[in-house]
Design a protein around this ligand. Structure first.
Ligand SMILES: [Zn+2]
Ligand SMILES: [Zn+2]
Length: 251
C-alpha cells in the first residue's frame, strides 16, 4: 500500500515537472515570448518536455498561437464554444494532433522555431523520449510501480491540459473581456494556467496570476530563475492587449 502511494506521488511530481516545462517554456517563453530563458535552462526544458510528454514544442506553439488567433470562433483548434466543452475535454489530444499534423499551421505559426540539430537527432523522436522517461521510472522503482507512476503522470497531464482548453473557456470568472475563464483549482494543478482569462487579456505577460491570491507556481519558478539570472521577463507589469493576431501571439 505504501509502495502504491509512493508510485502515485512520484507520478504527481513528474506531472508537475512536465507542467512547469509546458507553462514556463512552451507557453510563456516560446509561444508568447513573455520571457527569455538562458540557453542551459531552455535546453533543460526541451529535454524535460521530450522525456515527460514527447510533445514537439514547434507544434505545440503553432497550435497554441492559432488558438489565440481564432479564439472561440471557426478555426480555433479546440474551442468549447464551437465543439462543446465535453468534446474538447475528452478528445483534446485528438484535436491537438489533427492541428499539429497540419503543415500549413506549422509553417504559418511557428516560423521562428525551425527544426535544429537536436530536434533532428532527439527531440522530434517523441516515442524515444517517452520510452526513455518511462524506462527511467522503471529503473528507479521497478516495473509495476514505474508503470503506475507513468500512468498517473500521463493521465493527470492530459486531463488537466485538456481542462485548460475546455473548462478554461467555459466555467469560471471573466474579469477581463474575453471568452476564457479564471478557475482556481485548475490554476493550482497546472502551475498557473488556470488563470486563463488573465492570460487571454495579457498574453505577453510572464505572470498569469495577476493578484497575490492568484497562485501561479509557474511565476514562482520564473521569479526563482530571475534571481539566478537565468530568465528575463518582457514586461514588469502585465500589458493588456486587444485581439489582433500581432498583439496576441507576439511571433
Ligand atoms: Zn485559451
Ligand atoms: Zn497562450
Amino acid at each position: 500500500m505504501t509502495e502504491l502511494l509512493l508510485a502515485v506521488i512520484v507520478g504527481l511530481v513528474v506531472f508537475q515537472i512536465a507542467n512547469l516545462a509546458t507553462t514556463v517554456y512552451m507557453h510563456r517563453a516560446a509561444a508568447h515570448k513573455a520571457l527569455t530563458l538562458n540557453r542551459p535552462l531552455t535546453f533543460g526544458f526541451r529535454f524535460i518536455t521530450w522525456v515527460t510528454v514527447g510533445i514537439k514544442p514547434r507544434e505545440w506553439v503553432a497550435v497554441h498561437r492559432k488558438h489565440h488567433a481564432f479564439t472561440d470562433v471557426e478555426g480555433d483548434p479546440h474551442s468549447p464554444k464551437v465543439l462543446g466543452w465535453v468534446r474538447v475535454q475528452l478528445t483534446n489530444v485528438a484535436l491537438y494532433r489533427r492541428e499539429a499534423r497540419n503543415d500549413v499551421t506549422i509553417a504559418r505559426y511557428a516560423k521562428d522555431m525551425p527544426q535544429d540539430r537536436w530536434d533532428r537527432v532527439l527531440f522530434d523522436r517523441a516515442w524515444l523520449g517517452l520510452g526513455l522517461g518511462i524506462s527511467f521510472l522503471i529503473f528507479l522503482f521497478g516495473p509495476l510501480l514505474g508503470l503506475i507512476a507513468a500512468a498517473v503522470h500521463m493521465s493527470t497531464y492530459l486531463m488537466s491540459n485538456a481542462a485548460v482548453n475546455a473548462v478554461g473557456h467555459r466555467f469560471g470568472k471573466r474579469p477581463y473581456e474575453n471568452t476564457a475563464t479564471n478557475v482556481l483549482w485548475l490554476a493550482l494543478i497546472t502551475a498557473g494556467e488556470g488563470w486563463h482569462n488573465n492570460h487571454h487579456a495579457a498574453p505577453t505577460s510572464a505572470r498569469i496570476g495577476f493578484k497575490k491570491r492568484q497562485i501561479d507556481f509557474g511565476w514562482w519558478a520564473i521569479s526563482t530563475f530571475r534571481l539566478f539570472g537565468m530568465a528575463r521577463v518582457r514586461h514588469a507589469q502585465p500589458v493588456l492587449v486587444g485581439r489582433s493576431l500581432e498583439e496576441q501571439v507576439a511571433a
